[in-house]
Structure formats: C-alpha cells, structure tokens
Design a protein around this ligand. Structure first.
Ligand code: PGA
Length: 248
C-alpha cells in the first residue's frame, strides 16, 4: 500500500509574514493528519524560517531546486549539502519551469538527482510533455525519455515521480483523471520493467492545476498517489482540502 504524498510547490511566492501565517494555518489543521505525508517547498531564503516554524510537526520540508556540485564557484546556486543543514527531506528536480525557463537538460536533472540521493534527500522528479508534444502524439515518448535518463543512473526506491503535463501547469486546465491515470500507469510500467517491487511502492504524484474541486477525483485513480500543487498551495483552506482529498 503506497502512502499518499501531497506536496506544496510555492514557487517564487511569499514573504516571511505570509509564510508564517500559511504554516500556522497548515499546522492547525494538518499536524494530526495521518492519511498522507504533507510536504512544503518554500523559496530557498525561507527554508530556515520554515524549518523553525515546523518544529514538532509532521509536515516535511522540501526545496524547489539544487545544484549538482558539492560546492564551488556557482554564483547564486545552492548545493544539496546546504539543504541538508535545514532538515530538507525532498527536493523538486526537473520542474518544467526549470527545464523551459532555465534550460535544464535531462543530463543536468540526472546529475542533480544523483547529488540529492547521495546526501539522503529524495528527489521529486518532474516529468511531463508540452501541449505541442501531446498533440503530436509524443506524450509517452517524452515522459519515457525524461524518466529513463534518471532511472538508468539513480536508485528508483528513493525517488518520487511527479507527472506534470506542461500544458496543465498554472493554466487552470487540469488533465482529466483518465488522462492522468493513463500516464501514471505508463510511468509505473516503465519502472516495473526494471523492478516490479519498486514500481509497486513508488509514489507517482500528479501536478498541474490541482485544486480543491478536482483533487479527490484525481487522487481516487489507482496510480495517482497524491499531488504536486502550485497555485492552490498558497491558499491555506484550499491546500488543506486538497490534502484531505487523498484516497484511503
Ligand atoms: P499549478 O503548479 O498547481 O499552479 O498548476 C503545479 C506545479 O508547477 O508544480
């Protein structure tokens, strides 16, 4: 039985004040919540604040990116070992915004996943096709390529995969539960070709315009083990509803 995970990707949003308020509300409703793991991924400068605000809470702390090198002349970057100092358990890697806006390649994503796993931080590997790729019938091929790059090198048992169709991110256009389920089943098959045991236990999250209205239907699908939530994770009531939408 896979334990659901609901992860909040706050992206580049928030202030010390708004984050304290948001975490206060989440703790009030979710500290005793046992049905799923909950993860919040704030912008880097707030990791320390969030770590302190989450002391004694089961809500986990994640990061939105990391650099693959252990240290060095990489102005503006953050090493995985630095994340460790703040009690980070997960790091989002290969998000489509990183791939599209910052030119991250599969090879870089792989290197980051390796670095994270070496430090005991679990990657939340994002995969997903663009609308153009979907319309050209290449959705599965794209996802398979992104996944293979990482599975060829990384330990699959310490990996969360997030299927995030690029056309659904921040657009309000969610994949239908069927579309999402089909891709999740495809992803699980790719993993099963290497190890059925790992495939059975791997958490595969759906991301892309998840909200309080559509979460329960998406999470009810057999191969959807929770969500990676962007915009809606900034609204406490909505995010709490999404967390409570996990299927038993
Ligand atoms: P969204 O973002 O929920 O705002 O679509 C999801 C994500 O990018 O992780």
């Amino acid at each position: 039985m896979r334990r659901s995970l609901v992860a909040a990707n706050w992206k580049m949003n928030g202030s010390a004040e708004s984050i304290a308020e948001l975490l206060g509300a989440l703790r009030q409703s979710l500290d005793g919540f046992a049905a799923a793991d909950v993860l919040v991924c704030p912008p880097m400068p707030y990791l320390d604040l969030c770590g302190r605000l989450l002391e004694g809470s089961a809500i986990r702390l994640g990061a939105q990116n990391a650099h693959e090198a252990p240290s060095g002349a990489f102005t503006g970057e953050t090493a995985v070992s630095m994340l460790q100092d703040f009690g980070v358990s997960h790091v989002i890697l290969g998000h489509s915004e990183r791939r599209q806006l910052f030119g991250e390649t599969d090879a870089q994503v792989v290197a980051k996943c390796v670095a994270a796993q070496e430090q005991g931080i679990e990657p939340v590997l994002c995969v997903g096709e663009t609308l153009q790729e979907r319309e050209a019938g290449q959705a599965e091929a794209v996802v398979a390529r992104q996944l293979k790059a990482v599975l060829d090198v990384c330990a699959p048992e310490n990996l969360v995969v997030a299927y995030e169709p690029v056309w659904a991110i921040g657009t309000g256009q969610t994949a239908t539960p069927l579309q999402a389920q089909q891709m999740h089943a495809f992803i699980r098959e790719q993993v099963a070709a290497r190890s059925t045991e790992v495939a059975d236990s791997m958490r595969i999250l759906y991301g892309g315009s998840v909200n309080a209205e559509n979460a329960a239907q998406l999470f009810a699908e057999r191969d959807i083990d929770g969500g990676l939530v962007g915009g809606a994770s900034l609204k406490p009531t909505e995010f709490i509803t999404i967390c409570k939408s996990v299927s038993g």
